[in-house]
Design a protein around this ligand. Structure first.
Ligand code: AMP
Length: 403
């Protein structure tokens, strides 16, 4: 892949650096507080490098889905405070992302100072990639840095449009995301294993289709598995299933066979009569799913088989939890997969031994929940973006930074 323009190659001292970040963090429904600040922490290396280099750092992001209107609960003010705590220095805030209020704060910025603009999506022109709006954003900076991999699959004014008006390059997070995912697609160390799960079957089928020529094995769990089991003629009870994708699932099974790719489905499952805490559950083989129950996790035998394959791999891409990990004990399978991945990079083994890449918001949340995020080679901050990248699609926010 053509490489991205690097931030290190630009002069930043005294320059106004307009940087797109992805501070679209989850907020607690009751209190409105930030419930997970991983996306903010992930951009700190780029921000700190710019601060040290004497840049005037102007950050812009969206938060939530305000649909082009001002929504007080989705203001970036709260985020600017958390960012200040993480950076250990005050972060200025502008009450709008364009216009007089933004221009005034930008004009007062000294080298090494940081400003966070108000939510980009308070303006409908942002998602419409309106060129005039992009130009107004661009007028605030001398250089555009994109560190928002999580929104790189969208061609919005702040992720694509603005780069037409300013010199542009990738921030360190963007560069790292693209480096890990590209290596997996183009030059993976073998054996290469893809693990998919989760509930959005359609997207993951595209991913499997695109990875078919690269991987040596595919492990399929979670909500994905039932479409495949049904495609093979098994009864799946009340398990989630995309009836319209049975043919596609059969095509993938046949392609794997043709190409000699080992495609493993669960051999046993945990089935439950509901998705609530305390729902009755039992372990069954895949041939014996009761009609009134649905699969919520891979069973112990499957966990052992999956863990065995993972331990033999040198590159692993994992997208989608293999069970309803939010509700213990249905998190056991996802935990077993996460632990097997962590064992590949266990202390004492050579750091270069294996590369483990975790993508997708829920999968990242799962490894974080198990305290294993640090043990992965790379946990992507992009859910949809990492999936689209691995599906082989060109991301507008990445394409614009090439050359
Ligand atoms: P995705 O965004 O497609 O990766 O889906 C993630 C969601 O899939 C998580 O919220 C999991 O709880 C859910 N999930 C995993 N396994 C199952 C399953 N067997 N049945 C229903 N939902 C599942």
């Amino acid at each position: 892949m053509q490489s991205l323009r690097r931030l290190q190659d630009f002069e930043v001292q005294d320059r106004r650096v307009l940087m797109r970040v992805d501070f679209n963090v989850p907020l607690d429904k009751k209190t409105g507080a930030i419930s997970d600040d991983r996306r903010i922490r992930a951009t700190l290396p780029t921000i700190q490098w710019l601060v040290k280099g004497g840049a005037k750092v102007i950050l812009m992001s969206h938060l939530g889905r305000p649909n082009g209107q001002v929504v007080e609960q989705l203001s970036m003010r709260l985020i600017s405070i958390r960012l200040g705590e993480l950076l250990g220095c005050p972060v200025m805030y502008a009450a709008d992302c364009v216009g007089e209020s933004a221009e005034a704060v930008v004009a007062a910025l000294a080298p090494g100072e940081v400003l966070l603009l108000e939510n980009l999506r308070f303006h409908p022109e942002e998602e419409a990639n309106d060129p005039l709006f992009a130009k107004r954003l661009a007028s605030l900076g001398d250089l555009y840095v994109d560190d928002a991999f999580g929104t790189a699959h969208r061609a919005h004014a702040s992720t694509e449009g603005v780069a037409h008006f300013l010199p542009s390059c990738a921030g360190f997070l963007m560069a790292k995301e693209v480096e890990y995912l590209s290596k997996a697609l183009e030059n993976p160390t073998k054996p290469f294993l893809a693990i998919t799960g989760g509930a959005k079957v359609r997207d993951k089928l595209k991913l499997l289709g695109n990875l078919m020529d690269q991987v040596d094995g595919m492990l399929i769990g979670g909500g994905m598995a039932y479409t495949f089991l049904k495609a093979q003629g098994l009864e799946i009870g009340t398990s989630i299933c995309e009836g319209g994708l049975l043919e596609e699932a059969r095509r993938i099974l046949a392609a794997a066979k043709d190409k000699g790719v080992e495609l493993l489905l669960p051999v046993d499952l945990v089935v439950a009569s509901g998705l609530e805490h305390g729902s009755p559950y039992e372990t069954v083989t895949v041939e014996r799913i009761p009609v009134e129950m649905g699969g919520v996790d891979i069973g112990p035998q499957t966990r052992a088989i999956f863990a065995d394959r993972i331990r033999q791999a040198k590159t692993v891409v994992w997208n989608g939890p293999v069970g309803v990990f939010e509700i213990p004990p249905f998190d056991a399978g996802t935990r077993a997969v996460a632990e097997a991945l962590a064992s590949l990079t266990a202390p004492g083994r050579a750091a270069s031994d294996a590369t483990t890449i975790v993508g997708g918001g829920d999968t990242a949340a799962a490894v974080e929940k198990f305290g294993l995020a640090e043990r992965m080679s790379h946990v992507s901050t992009g859910g949809g973006a990492s999936l689209e990248f691995l599906e082989g699609r060109a991301l507008p926010g990445v394409e614009i930074l090439k050359g």
